[in-house]
Design a protein around this ligand. Structure first.
Ligand SMILES: Cc1cc2nc3c(=O)[nH]c(=O)nc-3n(C[C@H](O)[C@H](O)[C@H](O)COP(=O)(O)OP(=O)(O)OC[C@H]3O[C@@H](n4cnc5c(N)ncnc54)[C@H](O)[C@@H]3O)c2cc1C
Length: 357
């Protein structure tokens, strides 16, 4: 399937994803059917480089616009699906960037065989994942799609520093579902994943010590999260519009004022996201400039979302807080998904960079 056809097929899945989202959220259930549909369409293979049968979506500059479209479309359908797919792309991107040719081939075979990858780099306080004498001990969490991904790129503490490894997720690891604790993004099927002296497979370590923390990969990949967020923002604006119209509020001046501001925020988020994606994936400007630009994009999109959420709540009133109004879930999912690491540092470092050049 050509990239355009893949995008069009994904767009056709959006209404069904939106319809299912309420039930998946209520039950905190992994979107199994949706990921099977993505697998059937070849969407999971799209991040692989062209030479390995993919479209380079996230791994080659040619795949940039396709990936923007995929992440945005999935975010429109269900932010949880977008978030899980984004982690799959991120894991493959790191394997392609830092893995040996053999490791990249192995990952490509795994993806073509239908495996979904996770990216588990967060450690619960005091329980960091550690490599000792060839075995993994400790935890990762929160882990999206815990119990559903079959491969995970994890970070672990080793004698030489933080290292990445690709591990098969099978019966040897303990999955502790985080049920009933998260306000939103519940369909991510979040879990704490416990490794109990799990043997690290041969040739599992990707790259060298400290590579995960290396720029530009550490920071600039955040554009992908903003692209998923943009999709969620667009779904919120569309749902608010149709509910205002259903109430006959399209001619009410203050509702028009609020809706106009929502449209401005939505377009601001779109422009920043596309620009940050192209700047990152082209890789043509100095690393520090790219990092600062994506950092600004992160905060610009976060601000656009927070403004829109406030306006939607004010426009719809209490209805925006009542289940099963989709706006109620979208507000919760967006609120949680916007909590990305170190937002203060991201903004102040970008500002400091601008002073330094
Ligand atoms: C639904 C969901 C699924 C997730 N899935 C995964 C997953 O699959 N894999 C994974 O690895 N992770 C996952 N995570 C974790 C996620 O990647 C981030 O770790 C998390 O969202 C960070 O958010 P935070 O608000 O705690 O960030 P923080 O960085 O802790 O920021 C919180 C606040 O503290 C401030 N702050 C941070 N550091 C300092 C400091 N040193 N001094 C002063 N202020 C500071 C920040 O600016 C911000 O205001 C998931 C999270 C969620 C919510």
């Amino acid at each position: 399937m050509a990239p355009d056809a893949l995008l069009a097929a994904l767009a056709r899945l959006v209404p069904a994803m939106q319809e299912q989202a309420t039930a998946l959220d209520a039950d905190e259930t992994f979107p199994e059917q949706e990921f099977q549909a993505l697998r059937n369409l070849g969407a999971l293979v799209a991040p692989l480089p062209l030479r390995l049968g993919g479209y380079g979506a996230g791994t080659e500059p040619e795949g940039c616009d396709l990936l923007v479209g995929m992440l945005r479309t999935l975010g429109q359908g269900n932010l949880a699906i977008g978030r899980i797919f984004e982690a799959h792309v991120n894991a493959l991107q790191l394997i392609v960037a830092f893995g040996s040719p053999l490791q990249v081939e192995r990952a490509a075979t795994d993806v073509r065989d239908g495996n979904l990858f996770g990216l588990w780099v967060t450690d619960p306080p005091g329980q960091a994942l550690t490599l000792e004498a060839g075995s993994l001990c400790g935890c990762k969490g929160p882990c999206s799609a815990g119990g559903h991904v079959t491969r995970a790129l994890v970070t672990m503490l080793t004698a030489t520093g933080t290292q990445m490894a690709v591990v098969p997720i099978d019966g040897t690891v303990g999955i502790e579902p985080m049920r009933g604790v998260l306000q939103g993004m519940r369909a991510c099927s979040n879990a704490v994943v416990r490794f109990n002296e799990t043997s690290l497979p041969d040739d599992a370590i990707i790259g060298g010590p400290g590579d995960y923390l290396r720029e530009p990969h550490l920071s600039t990949g955040a554009w992908r999260t903003t692209a998923v967020t943009l999709g969620g923002l667009e779904a919120l604006v569309t749902a608010t519009k149709s509910q205002l119209a259903r109430r006959g509020h399209q001619d009410a001046l203050l509702q028009q004022d609020r809706f106009g501001r929502m449209l401005i925020a939505q377009e601001t988020a779109r422009l920043w996201t596309v620009s940050a994606a192209r700047c990152t994936e082209a890789g043509a400007t100095p690393v520090a400039d790219r990092v600062a630009y994506v950092n600004l994009a992160r905060i610009a999109v976060e601000t656009a979302c927070l403004d829109t959420m406030r306006l939607a709540q004010r426009a719809l009133g209490l209805a925006a807080f009542l289940r099963p109004n989709p706006v109620e879930r979208l507000l919760r999912d967006l609120a949680v998904y916007l909590r990305q690491p170190a937002p203060d540092a991201v903004l102040t470092e970008a500002a400091a960079h601008a002073f330094s050049v």
